[in-house]
Design a protein around this ligand. Structure first.
Ligand SMILES: *Cc1c(COP(=O)(O)O)cnc(C)c1O
Length: 387
């Protein structure tokens, strides 16, 4: 079956007794083990049929035998970080999700050193991946600057030194980017974002091919207990069925909005991998089947006025949902990162990040233009009032 068919069918077989075309939500926390029932499940922390249906679909989307879901993207990250031996080194994209950075801050007490590197730069990337590195953590496109790292090149280099490659594929989704096919060992998702897609359920997932890895990750999840509930799995799986359709519209909207931002007098640099002048546009074209649904840009007016001035764009963190969202990374999603670090990486106070939803693109452009114009007036007045 092809990708779009798998989205709808995998893990969704009709029920033998009742004929339901949608599998029921299994809420049982424990399973009958009387001798006449050949039961393979024991306890809900370890096994749950609703969770397994979602996992079989997520695995199939990357042609992988294994997927494990978690109560959040962060819980999935903690599980995969349990593979890094104490005292070793982790190389990470420098422009990384704020929560990932905060999580990495806690690794010091295990003696794990984190080296933040611009993995989009081939020279720095190759110099950083040395034999003492146990794991390379790749976020591509990065958040919020949408730089692109070459997953195949990183994976080749990492395999030379025996390091595992984990790709946070939350922004690209399996529709657009297949990290395992490019040589990475683990794809990580915050399913909270595009996979579930409606801003109404938290979740995380790991997708991978290695059975020894599966034993370790499954054991970690069972003992630490960060499993998603059955209703959450159901909602995530329900959202997943429309991922291709939603993402195609979201990407088209991102292209339209990025084009209009490029022509706006209120806008400085626009960060969008689909523009031919994006520094890693060629890598994006090679490893992604679309340019994604995220755009960021430097706004020349007052960012706070812009944040409060849109009607359609929600002023909120998070991304990937049917409703468009607008955020200021420096004061919202990335506020835990020291200001100097942010500025050094180009995350300025006026950097605006958009997550495009599925609304009509002309309405989104009108809404954004009106809010930007209002923010410019405020800004000009403020400037004029100053002595
Ligand atoms: C949101 C996000 C996470 C964390 O996921 P949660 O579901 O919020 O725990 C990790 N990586 C990226 C890129 C994200 O956007």
């Amino acid at each position: 079956m092809r990708f779009d068919t798998l989205l709808v069918h995998e893990g969704q077989s009709s029920q033998p007794v009742t004929g339901d075309v949608v599998p029921p939500i299994h809420v049982a926390t424990t399973f009958d083990r009387s001798p006449q029932d050949p039961v393979t499940r024991f306890y809900g922390r370890g096994e749950n049929p609703t969770r397994e249906a979602l996992e079989s679909c997520l695995a199939a989307l990357e042609d992988a035998p294994f997927a494990l879901t978690f109560s959040s993207g962060q819980a999935a990250a903690v599980a995969v970080l349990s593979l890094v031996p104490p005292g070793s080194k982790l190389v990470s994209s420098d422009d990384v999700y704020g929560g990932t950075y905060e999580l990495f801050q806690t690794l010091g007490r295990f003696g794990i050193e984190v080296d933040y590197v611009d993995l989009a730069d081939p020279e720095r990337r190759d110099a950083a991946i040395t034999p003492d590195v146990a794991m390379v953590w790749v976020e591509t496109p990065t958040n919020p600057l949408l730089r692109i790292a070459d997953i195949a090149a990183i994976s080749a280099r990492a395999s030379d030194v025996g390091a595992l490659v984990v790709v946070d594929n939350t922004f690209a989704t399996p529709v657009s980017q297949q990290p395992l096919a490019l040589g990475a060992q683990v794809s990580l998702y915050s399913t909270t974002k595009f996979i579930a897609g409606h801003s109404d359920v938290l979740g995380g997932a790991l997708v991978y091919r290695d059975s020894a890895l599966h034993e370790r990750l499954l054991a970690h999840r069972s003992v630490t207990g960060a499993v998603p509930g059955a209703l959450d799995c159901y909602l995530t799986h329900r959202g997943l069925k429309t991922l291709s359709l939603r993402f195609a519209r979201q990407c088209a909207n991102a292209a339209s909005v990025a084009a209009s931002l490029g022509e706006s007098p209120f806008v400085g640099a626009v960060h969008y991998p689909g523009h031919s002048d994006h520094p890693q546009h060629d890598v994006a074209v090679r490893q992604m089947s679309s340019h994604g649904a995220m755009v960021s840009f430097a706004y020349l007016g007052d960012p706070e006025t812009l944040l409060g001035g849109t009607r359609l764009f929600g002023a909120a963190v998070s991304l990937g949902a049917v409703r468009s969202l607008l955020a200021l990374p420096a004061s919202m999603s990335h506020r835990a990162i020291p200001r100097d670090d942010l500025l050094r990486r180009g995350v300025t106070d006026n950097l605006v990040r958009l997550s495009l939803g599925i609304e009509h693109p002309a309405d989104l452009i009108d809404d954004l233009s009106a809010a930007m114009r209002a923010g410019m007036r405020g800004h000009a007045r403020e400037g004029a009032d100053r002595p």
